[in-house]
Design a protein. Structure first.
Lengths: 164, 268
């Protein structure tokens, strides 16, 4: 009798957690830079993954699929934050920051502003590549596009950032 | 400033020490586990089995065998999707060896492992169907029952149609022996895995029925409330309620089931 995997099902959910919880945590922490947010999003990522796990139909798709969920949730969170932050006037924000943070933080704020102006796909591709450290093939799977398109997205995003 | 420098901030800042991740993970796990346990579904192990009667997909829960499906062609996707709607499904090769071994034993004439294995009827829709299939499990290898008799046995004497539907949608063929249900006139009737498989299974169990609806000459009728078995020609067979007959391949099998020979027709 042939003992090879014939169904190519994803591993058990606990095994999936065990394999990927560290890199997902790292990814979320990089994306949010906030402990409470990271804890929240970690929970949300895995619960959402659990509910949709039955739709995942191969073992290879698991890692990019998890990253897609995590990255979507991080982006949603960022968008909601931005919406709330808009209530506070820009000038106010600048004043508030002026005394408390150094130049490095300002660079970060500047970069965030640049990133937020990128088209969605390009930003996601860039974030996953540069901050998440994903392979192009995984980004492609996460964004449901070809590997070339993922590569192009990152390239175009970098080009736009460089132009600023 | 170059973009590489700008990104460097994140790259540098992103070098999060392992200790920080560890600490965060500990707390994250503590929050996740109870939340996950609240929505967890039962676990089912599945495996593909290449058996003597074709390729099968088996699914086993913690309570017992929950599904067995003939995979003619490649329809595993449908079956899996149906299972995954209800269960957390993982692939487990050891199950293939277990169930495959039991089916091989059955085909070689030893049904004991199959009748000893627990079954989980949670894929069965209604209470009536569950009762019918549980009752059917007690029909021993080497015997057959009619749709009508099975209906009567679960307390619905005119429910042979319902039994037909129940048996047709049996999620665990072979283990819930729907191949042992035949028509009242002695013909084989249909089978989910195809009539040839029904015949093959019955023959492996020592029931030498043939396609032209002929019962073997040694077959005897066992009356399950009086525990007496008769030749098919016995007057008692014609007098008694025919919804109570099990048909055994031979006298030996009827005796093994705890029946005694009729004193009128004196079967072998």
């Amino acid at each position: 009798m042939d003992a090879e995997a014939k169904l190519n099902l994803p591993p058990s959910f606990d095994e999936a957690i065990h394999r990927h919880e560290r890199e997902i945590t790292r990814f979320i922490l990089r994306a949010t830079r906030d402990r409470e947010d990271a804890l929240d999003l970690f929970q949300e990522t895995w619960l959402r993954a659990y509910r949709a796990y039955r739709q995942l139909d191969s073992a290879e798709g698991l890692r990019p699929w998890l990253f897609r969920i995590a990255s979507n949730l991080c982006l949603n969170r960022k968008r909601d934050r931005a919406r709330r932050a808009r209530v506070i006037a820009d000038s106010e924000l600048r004043e508030e920051h002026a005394g408390t943070v150094g130049p490095i933080h300002e660079k970060a704020i500047h970069l965030k502003a640049l990133l937020s102006r990128l088209p969605n796909k390009q930003r996601q591709a860039l974030v996953m590549r540069k901050f998440g450290g994903l392979e192009y093939s995984e980004i492609a799977a996460a964004l449901e596009c070809s590997e070339e398109a993922a590569r192009a997205g990152v390239y175009l995003a970098m080009k736009k950032l460089k132009a600023e | 400033m170059t973009v590489e420098r700008k990104l460097d901030y994140f790259e540098d800042g992103a070098e999060i020490p392992d200790a920080v991740i560890d600490e965060l993970l500990r707390e994250a796990r503590q929050r996740l586990t109870p939340a996950l346990d609240r929505i967890r579904r039962p676990l089912v192990r599945v495996a593909v089995i290449d058996s003597g009667i074709g390729r099968l997909l088996a699914a086993h829960s913690t309570r017992g065998l929950v599904a067995l499906r003939f995979m003619d062609g490649d329809d595993s996707a449908d079956v899996l999707a149906a299972l995954r709607r209800r269960f957390d499904v993982i692939e487990d090769h050891s199950l293939a060896a277990e169930i495959g071994g039991e089916i091989e034993a059955l085909m070689g004439g030893d049904p004991s492992a199959i009748s000893a294995r627990a079954v989980d009827l949670s894929l069965v829709e209604s209470d009536f169907q569950r009762r019918a299939l549980s009752r059917l499990r007690r029909v021993p290898a080497g015997s057959v029952i009619s749709y009508q008799a099975l209906a009567a046995a679960v307390g619905v004497p005119s429910g042979q149609r319902a039994i037909g539907n129940t048996v047709a949608s049996n999620p665990i063929p072979i283990y819930v022996p729907c191949h042992r249900v035949i028509r009242s006139d002695g013909s084989l009737g249909n089978y989910g895995g195809g009539p040839e498989r029904k015949l093959k299974l019955l023959r492996a169990e020592g029931f030498a029925v043939d396609v032209r609806r002929r019962m073997p000459a040694e077959a005897v009728y066992g009356h399950w409330s009086s525990r007496i078995y008769c030749r098919p020609t016995c007057t008692a067979v014609h007098r008694a309620d025919r919804r109570k007959w099990l048909i055994f391949a031979d006298s030996e099998r009827a005796r093994r089931f705890g029946m005694r020979a009729c004193k009128l027709c004196r079967p072998a």
